[in-house]
Design a protein around this ligand. Structure first.
Ligand SMILES: [Zn+2]
Length: 124
């Protein structure tokens, strides 16, 4: 939260801070994260909108704002992040599954043929 006291002085007013930039049609643009604080001794300081950091100059607040930036999210672990040994283990597992599937497929075809032979024998 923005400071409510600076060096023991109460903040009397907390206002938006006008930036030196103007928008289209000369409309004023305000900093979104820098507040202008009027202290009880009528001095002005500039405060961070997120915490009680203050500075005598709005340009000092800007570099401070990076402490509030969200850290970059960790990318989800994908195949590219796996160590080579893990990748090889996965390939081996896949090959085994494929081999199992082929074995079962051969057995199924063989059983089907046996069944067909038995059917033919019974029909004759
Ligand atoms: Zn801050």
């Amino acid at each position: 939260m923005t400071a409510t006291q600076v060096n023991g002085l109460a903040v009397m007013a907390d206002e938006p801070t006008l930036s030196p930039i103007t928008g289209p049609n000369g409309a004023p643009i305000y900093w979104r994260q820098t507040r202008t604080l009027l202290l009880e001794d009528e001095t002005k300081v500039f405060g961070c909108v997120h915490c009680d950091y203050t500075a005598d100059n709005p340009h000092k607040v800007r570099p401070h704002l990076k402490v509030h930036r969200e850290p970059e999210p960790e990318p989800a672990a994908g195949l590219y992040d796996l160590p080579l040994s893990d990748l090889l283990a996965r390939v081996a597992e896949l090959e085994k599954l494929t081999a199992d599937r082929d074995t079962w497929k051969r057995r199924a075809l063989k059983a089907e043929r046996s069944l067909a032979t038995m059917r033919r024998a019974l029909n004759t």
